[in-house]
Design a protein around this ligand. Structure first.
Ligand SMILES: [Zn+2]
Length: 391
């Protein structure tokens, strides 16, 4: 499957590159990515006018709640009853639920405000779960209750930045830090014993303790990336924030998460490799380093973080993440690739959820994680002990 995909991509790429080279006389080394409409643009000129705003999301959620055939419930964390319930700048934080199943699934997007397509793809999924009467969606609704968070970081999304900015409610301006500057918090490093600096973190953490999900997915963007070994443009990377076989994950739940998270992503890799415009690899942080961070939201979920006694039973759940290539603040999103970049997330979500529901995921060989293209592993980039070399 993989070789067919690459061949098709290369063939199409070659045709487009020739045409572009003739017209624009671009240097050969730059041409492929620029000319490939399937891939985000490297030219730093992304027009972000079509990126969904907070108001767009509110409007769409309310529309879906009103028009869906199957019960879509849209609410704010204030309505859910968390003690902290807004963003730093006071925006309501939204969740939508759909499905009547006994297992709870946590789906979050745009925890990094400049990484927009988690929002788009989760709203599409919500729409499908709310309106599609096919047997696939019946199965998903019967088996699961979905908790969909299309925009975890509305302040960052409105500013087109990764972080949220700590805010002074009284003055309505940023809280200034020791150096006199504003303080930006990466919400995906804030679920730690010493963290929860931002309101969004405590709000969603408390909601997580109310839900106790069975598993989850977190949707991100990354910079432009080439496949190791082939140099092909990567459109989607698949990741686990505590590295499989690494210092942490094998020790959780007797190794169950180390197995299931790999099975989840092997399944996504197989199913999406059928599509010629998608080229997948494993998420790595560079130089063959795997990510192994404990303060990431989905890591803390797997670790069963008990902050301020809110998770006394030590609930934990496995989570994987997707990384679409290109982001808005680098200007590398690429307007022409928008449809395909969103679509690959929609497909990945659907295939993963169906695979979990049918049991196909649980039948996958976790060792095939090695088949997903990646650079040979040299070590683990951690947020607790620097770089730990691989054995
Ligand atoms: Zn991200």
């Amino acid at each position: 499957m993989k070789s067919t995909t690459s061949t098709n991509r290369r063939r199409r790429l070659a045709a487009v590159v020739t045409a572009a080279s003739l017209m624009l006389a671009v240097p050969a080394g730059v041409a492929p990515a620029m000319a490939d409409a399937n891939f985000p643009s490297p030219n730093g000129q992304t027009n972000i006018s079509s990126i969904l705003t907070y108001a767009d999301v509110e409007k769409e959620l309310k529309k879906l709640e009103k028009t869906s055939r199957f019960n879509v419930d849209v609410f704010t964390l204030a309505e859910a009853g968390t003690s902290v319930s807004t963003s730093e700048q006071g925006r309501d934080l939204y969740v939508a639920t759909v499905g009547t199943g006994p297992e709870d699934v946590w789906l979050q997007g745009r925890i990094h405000g400049n990484e927009p397509y988690g929002t788009d793809s989760l709203l599409t999924l919500l729409k499908d779960l709310g309106t599609n009467g096919s047997s696939d969606y019946d199965l998903l609704r019967e088996k699961y209750t979905f908790h969909i968070i299309p925009m975890y970081n509305p302040d960052g999304a409105e500013e087109n930045i990764r972080h949220t900015i700590l805010w002074d409610d009284v003055t309505g301006t940023p809280q200034l830090g020791g150096n006199g500057g504003e303080q930006r918090i990466d919400l995906n490093r804030d679920w730690t014993e010493n963290g929860f600096a931002a309101k969004e973190s405590l709000a969603f953490y408390e909601y997580w303790t109310m839900v106790d999900p069975d598993f989850g997915v977190d949707i991100h963007h990354q910079g432009l990336k080439k496949e190791w070994g082939t140099g092909d443009d990567v459109t989607l990377s698949l990741g686990i924030s505590l590295a499989p076989g690494g210092p942490t994950l094998p020790g959780l739940e007797d190794g169950a998460y180390d197995v299931l998270t790999r099975q989840m992503l092997v399944h996504v890799y197989d199913e999406l490799s059928k599509y010629g415009s998608i080229n997948i690899d494993r998420y790595q942080v560079g130089d063959g380093l795997e990510i192994d961070i404990k303060g990431g939201v989905v890591s803390a979920m797997m670790l069963g973080l008990n902050y301020q006694g809110l998770n006394p039973e030590g609930h934990s759940n496995p989570v994987v993440f997707f990384e679409t290539s290109g982001n808005t603040s680098d200007g590398s999103l690429g307007q022409k690739a928008r449809g395909k970049s969103v679509r690959q997330n929609e497909l990945a979500l659907k295939e993963l959820l169906l695979g979990m529901a049918t049991g196909e995921v649980q039948q996958e060989d976790p060792e095939r994680w090695e088949d997903i293209p990646h650079q040979p592993v040299t070590g683990y980039q951690t947020d607790y002990a620097g770089v730990i070399p691989a054995q």
